[in-house]
Design a protein around this ligand. Structure first.
Ligand SMILES: Cc1cc2nc3c(=O)[nH]c(=O)nc-3n(C[C@H](O)[C@H](O)[C@H](O)COP(=O)(O)O)c2cc1C
Length: 171
């Protein structure tokens, strides 16, 4: 039986991790958009990874529906570098207790580069930033948003795939 890494990536961070994981495991890799539900039966083990946008993992609703009878390994690639509260928020925003117990979840640190954002989302972010900038007493998380808006961050590093790769090799 075959194994596959599936990914949904807007700006390339998840794609980079998916590529490293697939290389390390010597597995097939494919954009989730090009994968069909009818193909699930052809694969033994499946890893799915995606970026996180306003709390939600890309395509997660479809993934959880498609894989409700087949446990898979899921990784979220988001903006922070392993901040415990953010990881907990991603878990609670995207999964219920049963789904978390059924699938295996990993977090991989991505980063944020707002200069890559285009179109309507860019417009909304710019409005949001202007509102925060005008506030006299900014909260800690608002300061953090401003910091990341003006200073892009990237925590993407091959070393972070260690946990998911060694877990996968053991199953
Ligand atoms: C508009 C926007 C919203 C985001 N929302 C979140 C978020 O709610 N939580 C988070 O941890 N990261 C958030 N991020 C950061 C992305 O999850 C991060 O850049 C991720 O690595 C993107 O992966 P991708 O390039 O594979 O799509 C956001 C980034 C953008 C541009």
């Amino acid at each position: 039986m075959k194994n596959i890494v599936l990914y949904k990536s807007k700006y390339g961070n998840t794609f980079q991790y998916a590529t490293w994981i697939a290389e390390e495991l010597d597995w097939e890799i494919r954009d989730f958009s090009k994968f069909k539900k009818s193909e699930i039966k052809n694969y033994n083990t499946i890893i799915f990874g995606s970026g996180v946008y306003i709390g939600r993992m890309n395509n997660i609703r479809k993934v959880l529906e498609w894989f409700k009878e087949k446990p898979i390994i899921i990784f979220a690639c988001a903006g922070n570098n392993n901040v415990e509260k953010d990881i907990t928020d991603i878990k609670t925003n995207n999964f219920n207790k049963d789904q978390l117990a059924f699938h295996t979840f990993f977090y991989l640190p991505g980063g944020i580069d707002f200069s890559k954002v285009k179109g309507i989302v860019k417009l909304m972010i710019n409005i949001f930033i202007k509102i925060i900038e005008k506030k006299k007493n900014k909260k800690e998380d608002e300061e953090a948003i401003l910091e990341s808006y003006y200073h892009p961050t990237s925590y993407v590093d091959k070393k972070h795939i260690q946990a998911i790769v060694s877990y996968t090799k053991k199953i």
